[in-house]
Design a protein around this ligand. Structure first.
Ligand code: B12
Length: 214
């Protein structure tokens, strides 16, 4: 299906994309595999935008195709859980200046399906709001999503504010989103980085287990 699904994204054919996904899900395909293909298709949309072959309208419409597909994937992603873990709470958001949220919303769906409590602050979130939410909810994990390069600076600002307000030691900071890398993670002062939602869930759970001791 890979080629056909990518083609549907690149030609902005929402109906074709949802028909393909419906068929795949019906035949028992792995929803994470389908998600991976959608992400790759969106990357190609981004490349064509960068190359001047696509315009903002194509970015917007591809997001609509992605939203339609992710609405179909969500029930299977949400039932794809191994254990319910109500001990894990996370403050999540896209930092100041960045309004991308498709990937963030997928990760949140999957975390909630695992029983995590997720405080979703949305997009374009100022550093103060992250700190305030961590304080108010006594949450010890901060998850930040970034898709544009300037948002890495906003991530660093948010983490610097954690340091300033005395929350850094007690907070595990995990970052993700297309523009992040392991190198960027070190640069902004985060503890972990991944693009894989399953790995993100594992890292958060691991952190809580390590903190609570044997
Ligand atoms: C769709 C899209 C849009 C949509 C967003 C809609 C929405 N509601 O999110 C719209 C049209 C609004 C948009 C706007 C813009 N965009 Co845009 N956009 C994209 C595009 C094509 C796809 C992004 C996407 O949703 N991918 C699919 C999701 C599922 O992938 P993901 O977010 O990476 O998430 C996965 C993982 O990263 C992970 N994950 C995500 N978050 C987190 C968080 C944590 C903690 C963890 C652990 C994991 C995790 O989980 C997901 C699972 O697969 C990308 C291309 C690309 N290469 O990404 C460009 C792209 C991100 N956009 C870009 C640009 C330039 C813009 C604009 C500035 C364009 C403009 N001239 O106005 C504006 C920015 C506005 C702003 N201030 O933010 C550039 C950024 C370049 C850069 N490095 O700075 C890109 C890379 C395109 C390009 N190649 O030029 N965009």
């Amino acid at each position: 299906m890979g080629g056909k699904l990518k083609e549907a994204f690149l030609r902005m054919k929402r109906q074709d994309a949802t028909d393909l996904v419906e068929k795949e899900l019906g035949s028992g395909a792995d929803p994470l595999g389908i998600l991976k293909q959608c992400r790759e298709a969106m990357e190609e949309v981004g490349k064509r935008f960068e190359a001047g072959e696509f315009f903002l309208s194509e970015l917007i419409y591809s997001a609509e195709v992605f939203k339609a597909v992710s609405a179909m994937l969500k029930p299977s992603l949400a039932s794809n859980h191994d254990m319910q873990d109500s001990k894990v709470a996370v403050v999540f958001g896209t930092p100041r200046g960045d309004i991308h949220d498709l990937g963030k919303n997928i990760v949140i769906t999957m975390m909630r399906a695992q029983g995590f409590t997720v405080h979703d602050l949305g997009v374009d979130v100022p550093p103060e709001s992250f700190v305030e939410k961590l304080r108010e909810t006594e949450t010890r994990i901060l998850a930040l999503s970034a898709l544009i390069t300037p948002a890495l600076v906003s991530m660093r600002e948010a983490i610097s504010l954690l340091v300033e307000k005395g929350f850094r030691e007690s907070t595990f900071v995990i970052i993700g989103g297309g523009v992040t890398t392991g190198f960027a993670s070190k640069e902004v002062g985060a503890d972990a980085q991944t693009l894989n939602p399953v790995e993100a869930i594992r890292l958060c759970r691991q952190h809580i287990q390590d903190r609570s001791g044997p």
